[in-house]
Ligand binder design. Structure first.
Ligand SMILES: [Zn+2]
Length: 110
């Protein structure tokens, strides 16, 4: 019997470690188990993850629809302007809905 339902499936790829970090955060918040290839990401505050290769984020095959919903929301909610986090004063690019530094959302920082 096939175990394909539990295979890791790539749901996101990016060359931007910060973006990967945020996407991972969103998936983790939704309690999805993730697997990352291409980078060693750190979640420690104040440390910027860095890598030079394409990062691939995987979730369990049966969780792909859930992950895709999160990613679609993430991409639709991309902001048009840069913004500054109210929690830590970090400057965030328009592509980030959450502060990459402390994880506070844009809505909380308005
Ligand atoms: Zn912040």
């Amino acid at each position: 019997m096939s175990n394909a339902m539990f295979d890791w499936t790539c749901v996101y790829r990016t060359d931007n470690p910060l973006e990967a970090h945020i996407v991972l955060g969103l998936l983790t918040q939704a309690r999805l188990k993730t697997h990352v290839e291409g980078a060693v990401l750190t979640t420690a505050l104040g440390e910027v993850p860095f890598c030079q290769e394409t990062i691939k984020i995987f979730v369990c095959a049966i969780k792909v629809p859930e992950a895709e919903e999160i990613l679609v929301n993430y991409q639709q909610n991309n902001l048009s302007e840069d913004w500054q986090c109210r929690g830590c004063s970090e400057h965030n690019g328009s592509g980030f809905q959450y502060c990459w530094h402390c994880g506070k959302s844009y809505d909380e920082s308005k």
